[in-house]
Design a protein around this ligand. Structure first.
Ligand SMILES: C[S@@+](CC[C@H](N)C(=O)[O-])C[C@H]1O[C@@H](n2cnc3c(N)ncnc32)[C@H](O)[C@@H]1O
Length: 279
């Protein structure tokens, strides 16, 4: 099986849309018509949730009418946030078909279908012309990408001159063993962690200028600690999980989050933001 098929297999459950719509209903939200904010607890598949996505968008200079390409868009949480809170026009691509289908359905139900659209595509081979976007974003995707050189080359190609590629990934910050499962990989064979320096070098090799690097370890520890506590408290009622990331991460989400938290606390991994600019 090739890597992208294995990654897609890792993230697919076959019934995610149904589960999310049911959880919205249980939370007292109309699943046919809801505010994007209602789904933020479950659709931001990265450390720091909506707060981190909002801060990344601000740092990247996303604003009204900016054309944004969200690489590895998941179920569209960041794309809906960029559209609803910044007025951006967003295209999200992802290799996981179930995520793209779910992203499209949830976006229509939250009234953002005109501003955010989604397609199945690899970040390493983008179906867009050169210079099609003002901004590109990548939130917690690079950990599943071995060929990061092609990732940067493609992001550079589809951006306009002066465009920004905003990356927010879990990166390796020291040597040390890791325990799997992690949220992005059950085993090490689909996990490709690189250091902030590796990302910066690959970005420069593609032609980017590095505009800033920010280690978000404190935010990571706080967010993951809260998630672990919530997982330990269980659900409100048997068989009716709360609206939250465990709906997407699956039944062993507590273990995955615990393993990541331990690595972040040990200083081996950290959520890191890097802004690249196309000169
Ligand atoms: C941890 S999720 C993050 C989703 C989203 N960025 C978010 O923050 O909510 C990682 C996503 O990257 C996608 N992905 C992994 N490798 C990819 C690739 N080569 N091209 C496009 N998407 C990819 C996965 O399918 C998954 O949806």
């Amino acid at each position: 099986m090739d890597l992208e098929a294995a990654v897609s297999g890792h993230y697919s459950s076959g019934r995610l849309e149904e589960v999310l719509l049911g959880a919205l209903r249980d939370a007292g939200v109309d699943p046919e018509q809801f505010d994007p904010v209602d789904l933020f607890p479950a659709d931001e598949l990265h450390v720091g949730g909506a707060v981190a996505a909002h801060e990344l968008a601000e740092a990247a200079g996303i604003s009204r009418s900016t054309r944004v390409l969200d690489l590895g868009c998941g179920i569209g949480g960041p794309a809906r946030l960029f559209a609803s809170q910044f007025g951006a026009h967003v295209v999200g691509v992802d290799v996981t078909e179930e995520f793209v289908h779910t992203a499209t359905s949830l976006t229509a139900r939250s009234g953002l279908g005109e501003l955010a659209t989604f397609a199945v595509a690899s970040a390493l081979d983008l179906p867009f012309d050169a210079g099609s976007f003002d901004r590109a974003t990548l939130l917690h995707v690079g950990m599943n990408i071995e060929d990061k050189s092609s990732l940067f080359t493609e992001a550079f190609r589809v951006l306009t001159d002066g465009g920004v590629f905003a990356v927010f990934d879990i990166m390796r910050t020291a040597d040390g063993d890791l325990t799997y499962p992690m949220p992005w990989a059950s085993t090490a064979d689909i996990s490709f962690l690189a250091t902030p320096g590796d990302y910066e070098d690959l970005g420069r090799a593609a032609g980017f200028v590095v505009d800033g690097t920010r280690d978000r370890r404190e935010l990571g520890i706080e967010f993951l600690t809260k998630m672990q506590r919530a997982a330990a408290q269980g659900t409100d009622a048997p068989g009716r999980p709360r609206l939250g990331l465990p709906l997407v991460l699956g039944p062993d989400s507590g273990m995955r989050v615990g393993n990541l938290l331990a690595a972040v606390q040990a200083g081996v991994l950290s959520p890191v933001e890097i802004l690249f600019r196309k000169p």
